[in-house]
Ligand binder design. Structure first.
Ligand code: HEM
Length: 132
């Protein structure tokens, strides 16, 4: 593992601190009026675990993520650009409220933005489906 990446996880306070942040994030996402419906009937604990693994990898740990590739995991959900943006905003607020160090916030948010076209076909951030 590259030294600088180890530092990002350590800087964030380690795995258990990141678990608290990811749990808080999904505690906000599940009841959200705009995107909560996507998660109806899903096991929150399972998503928290997979998301935590995913975050550990994006912050530099290797071989932690046991979930599906992003495109595959989201393929059956018709996610609009505006809904992607809503998740991003909830993430921003969660990271700030938990006082996650700025360098970790920046890396996490940039990484999320870079995945946009794997999650939604609507890369412009529209809230409505493309019109014919
Ligand atoms: C870059 C942004 C995103 C990341 C990093 C992310 C991450 C993840 C991860 C790690 C999983 C678990 C994968 C698995 O089950 O194997 C997942 C599943 C899921 N995500 Fe996301 N997600 C993102 C964006 C979104 C957005 C914008 C929405 C909806 C507004 C969303 C809705 C869901 C749903 C509904 C599932 C459950 C899939 C299923 O089992 O049917 N995700 N996501």
């Amino acid at each position: 593992m590259p030294k600088s990446d180890t530092t990002l996880i350590e800087l964030a306070g380690g795995e258990e601190t990141l678990r608290v942040v990811v749990q808080d994030f999904y505690d906000r996402v599940f009841p959200d009026v705009m995107i909560g419906f996507f998660f109806k009937g899903l096991e929150k604990a399972n998503l928290v675990q997979l998301e935590l693994e995913f975050v550990l990898e994006l912050l530099g740990a290797e071989g932690r993520y046991t979930g599906r590739p992003m495109r595959k995991a989201h393929a059956k959900h018709p996610i609009l650009g505006g809904q992607f943006n809503r998740r991003l905003q909830i993430l921003r607020e969660t990271l700030a409220d938990n006082k996650v160090p700025q360098a970790v916030q920046d890396h996490w948010l940039e990484h999320t933005i870079s995945l946009r076209d794997q999650i939604t076909p609507n890369t412009r951030g529209d809230c409505r489906p493309p019109q014919p």
